[in-house]
Design a protein around this ligand. Sequence first.
Ligand SMILES: Nc1ncnc2c1ncn2[C@@H]1O[C@H](COP(=O)(O)OP(=O)(O)O)[C@@H](O)[C@H]1O
Ligand SMILES: [Mg+2]
Length: 361
Amino acid sequence: MARVRLEDITRRFSKSVAIADISFEVPDGEFWVLVGPSGCGKSTILRTIAGLDAATSGNLYIGDTLVNQIPARQRDVAMVFQNYALYPHMTVAENIAFGLKMRRADSNTLQERIETVAQILDIAHLLDRKPRQLSGGQQQRVALGRAIARQPQVFLLDEPLSNLDAQLRDGTRSELKQLHQRVGITTIYVTHDQVEAMTLADQIVILERGTIQQIGTPQSIYAQPQNRMVATFLGSPAMNILPVTYTGSGFAIAGQTIPCPAALQSKLVPRQQLDLGIRPEHLQISPDSGHLITEVSLSEPLGKETLVRVTLPSQRSLILNLQVSPHLNLRQGDRLPLTLDLTHLFLFDPGTGDRLYPKSY
Ligand SMILES: Nc1ncnc2c1ncn2[C@@H]1O[C@H](COP(=O)(O)OP(=O)(O)O)[C@@H](O)[C@H]1O
Ligand SMILES: [Mg+2]
């Protein structure tokens, strides 16, 4: 096992910069998740670590070794992709053994590793089958098995669950986490799915357009997002963003005013434009004295709760998310006064998206 350290890694393609000045260090044995929208550079980072792509500049260390010039097959990393690419003419056992055979493992070691891996991944009964005789989830487990069997220093996973249906994805996700708890190989996992990031990661690296937006534990990033992109990317339903104007005592939007906490008033300038952020769980329906009068546009029962989308009567393009009790029977057009929990308010710069408030934690 080994730590992985990226130092100012940049990858330029002829016309564009795919990733810029990427620096982070994954300590030995940790599980890190790189997350961000499609095209933000996740795969490029992973391929650079694997040695399948070369950085334009920057240094990459695995353990204490600078590996910039070391070819992929000598880096002792195993990578699993979204489309698992098993060898169709080989059995499951042969597929698992393949990487080991390439490394000239003796037959006792081979047999032992195949059995261990098959047991961990619950595929022992499938060892004699060919890939086409397996379900998608089983094939993906074999692909993971092939990577684990090699006992690499570092495990790289690029959206390994995105081809699985929802139920299988949830199951395999938990298995992956348990697997990591058992074998403890340093793992870097790429996904565009914020739920996978939140549930799997020791630390999350959030990327957008080739740059790191924030690094932190799932909890700290959720509670203390550094900018609007991070704030709206993590969390489902997403944080609500209201474009408001500061009046001197409140935040005006579409003819209504949300009160501004007293402690904050001295820090703002009248007529200042702000993006006000509030998570769905910090919006309450309050029949008496709501901060905002809204109107129900869609109600989606999820069983244990109902997801409601509301608009402002004079600005219907603005949609806010909230979660309500499943017992509330809301219909389109219903008038809904909302109170914001002002202790959980965020303010972002509408231009840069940087968090202005809270200023620090
Ligand atoms: N071989 C390539 N040639 C040119 N541009 C590329 C190449 N590979 C990736 N890119 C560009 O680099 C950016 C990041 O891509 P990628 O790392 O695949 O993103 P992600 O995995 O986050 O979806 C994208 O804009 C993509 O178009
Ligand atoms: Mg990708």
